[in-house]
Design a protein around this ligand. Structure first.
Ligand code: THU
Length: 136
């Protein structure tokens, strides 16, 4: 399925306006394209107990799953930061991404005005901890 790159980026950028990042002032947006053509976006939501903050990537994937979508439905993923430098998903998000998306799903990291770095779920986290590892 064709990746709606510009639409995905626009949705992720639009999500920045809802970022609840009053502690870091660091806004991040994300978006997933789904097989049915829809796009779901999300942003980072912080908390006074800092460790409870939720990154844009996880907000987005949890929203998609909450609506009933599953990894087979996800065509592409975008994470976006307005910063001048590349912002790639944190370790916690990589672990969540590796379980909630298929290994070859494209991940676009967008930064600055329109710079894009392209990778995949599996390249972001080789040797992830998997549900199969629980079968001891
Ligand atoms: N953050 C994300 O939302 N995604 C990332 O990939 C990196 C970090 C958020 C978490 C926190 O709200 C803020 O950015 C600063 O760490």
């Amino acid at each position: 399925m064709k990746i709606k790159e510009q639409e995905l980026i626009a949705e992720a950028r639009n999500a920045l306006k809802n970022s609840y990042s009053i502690y870091s002032n660091f806004k991040v947006g994300a978006a997933v394209q789904l097989k049915d053509g829809s796009i779901i976006s999300g942003t980072n939501i912080e908390n006074a107990s800092y460790g409870l903050s939720n990154c844009a990537e996880r907000t987005t994937l949890f929203t998609a799953y909450s609506k009933g979508y599953r990894k087979e439905d996800i065509v592409a993923f975008v994470v976006l930061s307005p910063a001048d430098h590349l912002v790639s998903p944190c370790g916690a998000c990589r672990q969540v991404m590796s379980e909630l998306m298929r290994p070859n799903t494209p991940v676009y990291m967008v930064y600055g005005k329109d710079k894009i770095e392209k990778t995949t779920v599996k390249d972001l986290l080789p040797f992830s901890f998997r549900k199969e590892d629980l079968n001891v």
